[in-house]
Design a protein around this ligand. Structure first.
Ligand code: AMP
Length: 283
């Protein structure tokens, strides 16, 4: 496994492989890797000759300085996990490398960035858009892999790539969960033992919405029913939305013909967690 900190040597390495006709898959991450990230790496390995994983905690996507400071970092463990899983290349740039230009450029994603994560984390998707654009331009992958866990991020990146015509295919990978249903997340490492137990409420609330919709309840009733599971025990709901999977607009009715996504964000103690499920109601 090759590890690069600088852009030029990475580009040269990839160029020589591209020249030999090898396909390249990119998995962008912020490190503190878990099975969710590894699933992206496995998908990339299946589809491509060379898998590149980037590990970079991107400061411009954090709207909260303490969250950035406290974000878990464990490069040695990350590298050994990646090596064991057969990743070919790891890109681990510093802030000086990624933001040499000290740019204050902004990208706007219209209605997609004003709901859910965008509403609660102002500026977040601008930072994501900038850093993913940089990574795509540096690595020039054939395919890039993103988790359904960050559904809004996936849609933002699809839009970025379509509108700016990046020559890359964006792939979505299913959510990997703990045995009790909690979506795997680097942030789970920061939960106290008690909060870890409480955090399963996010997934349970998503399933509750699904159950209520399948019983024939309307979206407002289903949402209100599941929302009662929060704001007790130190778990504060930020949002619980039933949305169209393509544009994240709130749906008024569910139908057999269309997928819906139920998306949730909540503070468990002082750790912010998100999750979602996508399904079609059969009722
Ligand atoms: P992060 O390191 O949190 O920025 O995540 C890097 C990538 O891994 C993103 O595309 C995430 O959506 C994806 N990811 C994070 N957690 C999971 C999970 N539990 N299952 C699948 N993909 C995930």
């Amino acid at each position: 496994m090759e590890v690069f900190k600088d852009i030029i040597p990475l580009k040269n390495y990839l160029k020589s492989h591209r020249f030999k006709g090898k396909s390249i898959g990119l998995v962008p991450t912020m490190g503190a890797l878990h099975e969710g990230h590894i699933s992206l790496v496995e998908n990339a390995r299946e589809d491509n000759d060379i898998t590149v994983c980037s590990i970079y905690v991107n400061p411009t996507q954090f709207n909260n300085k303490n969250d950035l400071k406290a974000y878990p970092r464990n490069l040695e463990k990350d590298l050994s996990m990646l090596e064991e899983k057969g990743c070919d290349v790891v890109f681990v740039p510093s802030d000086d490398i990624m933001y040499a230009e000290k740019s204050a450029m902004t990208i706007s994603f219209g209605s997609l960035e004003h709901v859910m994560e965008g509403k609660f984390r102002p500026g977040h998707f601008n930072g994501v858009g900038i850093v993913v654009s940089k990574l795509l331009n540096i690595v020039q992958p054939d395919k890039a892999y993103f988790g359904q866990k960050d559904l809004q991020q996936y849609l933002i990146i699809k839009r970025l790539v379509n509108e700016l015509m990046f020559p890359v295919e964006i792939k979505q990978v299913n959510i990997v969960r703990e045995a009790d249903g909690l979506a795997k997340s680097s942030r789970n490492l920061r939960l106290s033992k008690e909060d870890r137990q409480k955090s399963v409420v996010l997934y349970r609330a998503l399933l509750k919405v699904k159950e209520e919709l399948e019983k024939g309840k309307n979206v407002d009733e289903a949402r209100a029913q599941a929302a009662t599971m929060f704001n007790v025990n130190g778990v504060q709901l930020e949002y619980l939305e039933i949305v169209d999977t393509t544009n994240l607009r709130t749906v008024e009715n569910v139908s057999k013909e269309k997928d819906v996504a139920v998306c949730v964000a909540a503070m468990v103690g002082d750790i912010r967690l998100i999750d979602n499920i996508i399904f079609r109601v059969n009722a």
